[in-house]
Ligand binder design. Sequence first.
Ligand SMILES: Cc1cc2nc3c(=O)[nH]c(=O)nc-3n(C[C@H](O)[C@H](O)[C@H](O)COP(=O)(O)O)c2cc1C
Ligand code: SF4
Length: 505
Amino acid sequence: MKIYVPLDSAAKALGADDVAATIRSQAAIRGLDVNLIRTGSRGMIWREPLVEIETDQGRVGYVAVDIADVPALLDGTLESIGLVDELDWMKGQTRLTFQRCGVIDPLSLPDYEAHGGLVGLRRAIAMTPADIVGEVTTSGLRGRGGAGFPTGIKWNTVLGAKADQKYIVCNADEGDSGTFADRMIMEGDPFTLIEGMIIAGLAVEATKGYVYLRSEYPDAIDIMDKAVVLARHAGLLGADVLGSGRSFDMEIRVGAGAYVCGEETSLLNSLEGKRGVVRAKPPLPALEGFLGKPTVVNNVISLATVPVVMEKGAQHYADFGLGRSKGTIPIQIAGNVKFGGLYETAFGMPLGDLVDKVAGGSLSGRPVKAVQVGGPLGAYMPRSKFETPFGYEEFDGQGGLIGHAGMVVFDDSIDMLGMARFAMEFCAVESCGKCTPCRIGAVRGVETIDRIGKGDTAAIELLEDLCETMKDGSLCALGGFTPFPVLSALHNFPDDFAAKKEAAE
Ligand SMILES: Cc1cc2nc3c(=O)[nH]c(=O)nc-3n(C[C@H](O)[C@H](O)[C@H](O)COP(=O)(O)O)c2cc1C
Ligand code: SF4
């Protein structure tokens, strides 16, 4: 009997480890031959721990399993939700990057290969670097870490740079509110990230890679560490990648926990053992990055998507999506929702469908008032903008951004003046201090919002002016994008600012 129990941190937080231990002990007492396999999460976080049992028809799911449910689970009397792959929520998705997550044992290379792993790498090995870069460019893959910059173009710059050493750096700092896709893939399918990094290395002629992983993710660190060792033993990493005569090796490095260390130049400083302060650009990291050498800095999802692009072909990937937002996007749904989790879909789904249909609306049952998309620097989208299709340009056109595709949903009890203040305060706390508009501007911004809260109408104009200065004058997107949540709160929910004023009067 094959039983699958997730080892994902979210599932563990909901008791998955205890459930796994109880299944083992109960099975032993009953003399049952149970093959218990730990997997990543399918992304239905609201249903964790989601235990699955293999049957002739497929894997049958049992939701929110508690240790008290284990006897019934083993007796076959626990109520199931049927075949997991046949659930509407699963069938509605297009799983490319997350095709194996929640399905395989994350640390089994044979399992990984049996589910399409390494096909992309083998194909890349037979290609020239320029052809690999061409394939990624044709796929239309854009950076999933925030800015949406085309991955192929970045790689082409690094490939064209002449140097004795080049690097691949994976940005696994994942500091945005409501985001967990990077963690989920690292915990649930680490070899896809490793494979993506090797392909990137072959493409730009880099022989060394680093994953800069946030310290707050101990499970992901543990799994990635183990996966790197296994990959090395299997000849995937090292001096002779899969017998190709090409070399690539990598290490996991743990960050110390500053939001700004997710910014690529600050990350590179931190990786070099320096203080995580943003570097002025130019030079681009692609030309002078880690230790001054040409470096690809890519987000986890960008790199973890490369294997499927190479496996299925650039055109297959590019055929999904909308306009210049090609392929799929793993949307992370959090906040006040019924069905929080990870939903991978082709770009283009309207925001409102994601909130009302996929996420099931608010958990509180009250009307949804706002959704912050793209982390702490993303705009608060009101219901009037729910028609906006999920796409980089489409969100930009509505004064928003996709960022790392995290959505945090709020019901009508939220106070938007308070949220605007929170955004400014976040910037003040997390600022690296290198430039004045951000370092001083955010502090003044909090004070100005407090003045508005006390009824000072003149301060609204001052806030708008300050936001313009931060947008135009900041060195990086921390200071430059904080005006997005602040101004979106002010412009989309003026009543929340006026109500404070009238109350004060
Ligand atoms: C303040 C700040 C924080 C950031 N945090 C992250 C992060 O946690 N993860 C990430 O991949 N990119 C983050 N970015 C974006 C990176 O600077 C960079 O654009 C990205 O790693 C490039 O990879 P991509 O092209 O694959 O998206 C951040 C940017 C800023 C300004
Ligand atoms: S905007 Fe803020 S975080 Fe970015 S460089 Fe300036 S002070 Fe540092």
